[in-house]
Design a protein around this ligand. Structure first.
Ligand code: ACM
Ligand code: ZN
Length: 493
C-alpha cells in the first residue's frame, strides 16, 4: 500500500513529504476539484490517454501514482484539460520528474468566456489566434467575438459588400480622451469569411466555441454609413471617430432593416456553428425612434406602448428567425428592459444586478459584471502613479477579479440559471496588441479559477502563488505582456 502524504481538496498544495518529493510543488490554476499528492516522483510525459464514458465531457483524471502519467478524459476536451494541467506540473518538475498525484477535476460552470472587441481597434487573425491560445491555457471554452460597432464593421458580407468597402474603415480616431480630436490616421480592416472559418476551426481544436456578436439596434453607425436607408433619418452617416454612445441606431420601423439583419445572420450562421448568437442590445438610445414615422407606425401596428417594447419586438423577431435555424440568442442586460422571452440568455454587464433579476425570472445568465470582469479597466487604484497605460477608467485589481461570487444572494432554484462568467476586453484605448495581453494577464487567471472552481477557491494569497508558479512562466515563454503588480507590489492594490 502506498502511503498518502497529504489529501488536498481545494487547499494549499504543499505538504511535509520525504525530502525528494518535498521539493515538488503541485500548484495548478485553476485549482482542481481534488488533488492528492503522494510520496515519490513520476515521469513527466503522458504515458497514456483514453476517453472514459463514465466522466462528464470536460472532466478528467490525471494519475501519476504509478510513476507514469495516465490520463482519462470524459471526451477529447477532458483529455485536453488534463494535458494543460500536466504542462503546469512539468513547470514544477525537479530533475525532469513531476510529483506523484491523483487529480480528479471538472469545471463548475459550462460557460467560461472571454470577449474581445476587434472593432474599436482592429486586430487580425494572428492576434485572434493568440487570444484563443491564451484562453486555452486557462481552460476557458467560449470566445465572444465582438464584430460590429459604430467605429468599424469587421464581418465580411457577400450580400452587402459595402460593409467591407465602407463600414470597415474610419477616417481617424480621437486622441486619448480629447473629445472632438482626430489623429487623422485612417484605421480599419475586416475578417474575410475564410478567415472567420479558420478561427472557428482553430478554436474548436482547443475546445473553444466562438460566439459572434452582431450588434442591434445600437452601435450600428458603421453599417449605416454604408446603408443609410437603414437609419431613421436616412443619414448621411460616417463611421464614428469618437467613442461613446451615439443616437443613430438601426430603424426597426423599416422592413429593409429587418431583412438586412436576417440576411447578415444567414451569413453568420453559415460560418459560426455555435448554438448561441449574440445580438448585442446594449446602449441603444431610443430618441430617433420617438421621432421616426416608420418606428412609430411599427409600434402602432404591433400594439407596442413604448420604444423599449419596440426593442423587445426586434429581439423577438430575430430570436424566432434564429430559432428556425436551431440557434438561440444572447443579449446584453438591456434586453430585459422591454420584456424578454424566456429562451433568451442575458449577459449581465452593468454589475450582477441584471443577471440576478433575469435568473430569478427563469432566464439563463452569463455574468460579466463590469465591476469584476471589465479587464479594459485599470488594474490598480493609483493607476497613473503606478505607470499603467491610459485606459477607459474604472479599476479592477486581481483580488477583486478573484472575489466574485456568481451565486451571491441567489437561492438553489435560481442558481442553475447562472451558466457561467465572462471577462470583457473593450479596445477603445488599446491600439497595440500588447495592451490587450497586458490587461488580460494575470486577471484572466482569476476569472478562470472562478469559472472552473468557484466553490473550491483557496485564499487569495495562495492563488497568487499558484499563478506565479504555474502560469507566469508560461506567459514569459510565450512572450506575452502581463501586469506584475500582484507579484511585485501587492500593497498598491
Ligand atoms: C457594454 O459594455 N456596453 C456591454
Ligand atoms: Zn425608425
Amino acid at each position: 500500500m502506498r502511503r498518502i502524504f497529504s489529501f488536498i481538496v481545494a487547499g494549499a498544495a504543499f505538504c511535509a513529504c520525504a525530502p525528494k518529493s518535498a521539493e515538488l510543488t503541485v500548484a495548478v490554476v485553476p485549482q482542481p476539484v481534488k488533488i492528492q499528492q503522494f510520496e515519490g516522483t513520476a515521469k513527466s510525459t503522458a504515458a497514456s490517454t483514453k476517453i472514459s464514458g463514465r466522466l462528464a465531457a470536460e472532466e478528467y483524471i490525471l494519475d501519476s501514482r504509478s510513476g507514469r502519467v495516465k490520463i482519462i478524459g470524459g471526451s477529447e476536451a477532458g483529455v485536453f484539460y488534463a494535458l494543460k494541467t500536466l504542462e503546469q506540473l512539468r513547470l514544477q518538475a525537479v530533475d525532469g520528474r513531476i510529483a506523484r498525484v491523483l487529480i480528479k477535476d471538472k469545471p463548475q460552470f459550462s460557460y467560461r468566456g472571454a470577449h474581445l472587441d476587434c472593432c474599436r481597434h482592429f486586430f487580425g487573425v494572428d492576434r485572434v489566434r493568440e487570444f484563443i491560445d491564451m484562453m486555452a491555457m486557462h481552460k476557458l471554452n467560449t470566445f465572444h467575438w465582438h464584430l460590429t460597432e459604430d467605429q468599424g464593421w469587421r464581418f465580411e458580407s457577400r450580400k452587402y459588400p459595402k460593409l467591407q468597402e465602407i463600414s470597415a474603415w474610419r477616417n481617424g480616431t480621437m486622441k486619448e480622451q480629447e473629445w472632438g480630436s482626430n489623429d487623422g490616421i485612417r484605421h480599419g480592416g475586416y475578417f474575410t469569411q475564410e478567415e472567420m472559418k479558420e478561427i472557428v476551426a482553430y478554436a474548436a481544436e482547443r475546445h473553444i466555441t466562438v460566439i459572434p456578436e452582431i450588434e442591434m439596434p445600437g452601435h450600428a453607425i458603421a453599417a449605416l454609413a454604408a446603408y443609410p436607408e437603414l437609419g431613421c433619418t436616412g443619414g448621411p452617416y460616417e463611421v464614428c471617430t469618437q467613442w461613446g454612445v451615439h443616437s443613430d441606431i438601426f430603424c426597426v420601423g423599416k422592413d429593409a432593416t429587418i431583412r438586412f439583419l436576417e440576411d447578415i445572420l444567414d451569413e453568420v450562421c453559415e460560418i459560426f456553428p455555435s448554438e448561441y448568437i449574440h445580438i448585442g442590445g446594449d446602449e441603444a438610445p431610443r430618441d430617433r425612434w420617438k421621432e421616426c414615422p416608420d418606428c412609430q407606425a411599427r409600434m402602432k401596428a404591433e400594439g407596442l406602448e413604448s420604444e423599449a417594447e419596440l426593442q423587445s419586438w426586434l429581439n423577438l423577431v430575430i430570436e424566432k428567425y434564429l430559432a428556425d435555424k436551431g440557434r438561440k440568442i444572447i443579449g446584453w442586460d438591456e434586453i430585459l428592459e422591454g420584456g424578454v422571452s424566456e429562451d433568451a440568455t442575458v449577459m449581465s454587464w452593468r454589475g450582477p444586478k441584471g443577471g440576478k433579476a433575469a435568473a430569478s425570472k427563469g432566464n439563463d445568465v452569463i455574468m460579466s459584471p463590469n465591476n469584476y470582469y471589465y479587464f479594459d479597466y485599470y488594474q490598480t487604484e493609483g493607476a497613473m502613479e503606478n505607470g499603467e497605460p491610459l485606459s477607459i477608467g474604472g479599476h479592477v485589481n486581481l483580488r477583486q477579479a478573484y472575489s466574485f461570487d456568481p451565486f451571491e444572494d441567489l437561492d438553489e432554484e435560481v442558481r442553475r440559471h447562472i451558466k457561467g462568467i465572462q471577462a470583457n476586453m473593450w479596445t477603445e484605448y488599446i491600439s497595440e496588441w500588447d495592451g490587450v495581453m497586458y490587461r488580460e494577464l494575470p486577471r484572466i487567471s482569476a476569472l478562470a479559477e472562478v469559472a472552473w472552481n468557484s466553490d473550491g477557491r483557496t485564499s487569495y494569497e495562495d492563488f497568487v502563488k499558484r499563478v506565479e508558479t504555474a502560469l507566469v512562466p508560461q506567459y514569459k515563454a510565450e512572450g506575452w505582456s502581463y501586469a506584475d503588480f500582484a507579484f511585485r507590489t501587492p500593497e498598491i492594490d
